[in-house]
Design a protein around this ligand. Sequence first.
Ligand code: PLP
Length: 388
Amino acid sequence: MDNIIFLDNNATTRVAPEVIEEMLPFLTDRYGNPSSMHTFGGSVARKINEARERVASLLGCEPDEILFTSCGTESDNTAVKGTLAMYATKRKVVTTRVEHPAVLATCRDLERQGYSVHEISVNRGGQLDMDELGIRIDDNTALVSVMWANNETGTIFPVEQIAELSKARGAVFHTDAVQAIGKIPINLKNSAIDLLSLSGHKLHAPKGVGALFVRRGTRVATFMHGGHQEFGRRGGTENVPGIIALGKACQMAQKYMEEENTKVRLLRDRLEQGILSSCPDCFVNGDVTNRLPNTSNISFEFIEGESILMLLDQFGICASSGSACTSGSLEPSHVLRAMGVPFTAAHGSVRYSLSRYNTVEEIDFTIKQMAPIVNRLRQLSPFVQSGV
Ligand SMILES: *Cc1c(COP(=O)(O)O)cnc(C)c1O
């Protein structure tokens, strides 16, 4: 796996060597249970506290506002279901059409249970209809859940503004910040955000650990009954190595965010410009000004994203397409569909997502492969041949 060019960092990331070094002792010698009375366990509990402080420091909140979970999906589920469980009368949720399935599928399950769910639309540029939001958030709304940055296009939403709007109408505000963490500076101290989800493996920590920020005073139902772990809100012996890793990853993100964003943005722009100038009939999806520095979503007309990925794969280049190939029929991405991207272009979309570990050489190699791949596939395309 030496020759992998990994441009799929919104799907997952390499664990940073510094993070591995920090967590390793807790997989070997320091295996104590943090709940134990002895010093051997107690020293592990202190490392968990340190990790909690590191996550809190990155977010600008208090350590006791951070609850460790098993992943971003668990954080999202807990925020949404745990909030609604605290309201007997308010039965309305407002979210968006472009959320990650961790929020969307949860909301659709609530709908089956009789809740009313409103999914706010986005425009062609991927931005939310703020007028619709203003109308939909009302006194009956228990929860508003809007992601900070979109995983497919990188489009950033004005979450602070939406949080203020929610607060004014008495609704709890949750944001899925899985893609924003480590890429966008966040300070929750003087913010109206009540709940925020994050995930370790999108931030150079391992898979299987996440966190949920719960502002002091925000009511969320206990998500796992059991021991007193996580302030009694989520029982179960802690994923100690994962939590320590997440703490280290957050510490590194805080220290290097600016420097890293500058580097990654340059590489992303180089890749995007290189592709746009060498491949005909392609365009960028999403809001190119309010966008994560690492993400580029490009639609190639008349060809399928999956075919591009398969050919890139032969060079060891990993990218992603928005479509999910289910039962033989290709469903275009719900995000691009919500944006009104035409059918042929939505099918031909590829998401490139970079990290600090990418190099100029990798980017230039990728650019070089793209035009021959696109030209070859276009020659085979039924759309082009029939003149559509
Ligand atoms: C990856 C992702 C999730 C899910 O996180 P997991 O830790 O993989 O469960 C949720 N929301 C967004 C925006 C994501 O990109």
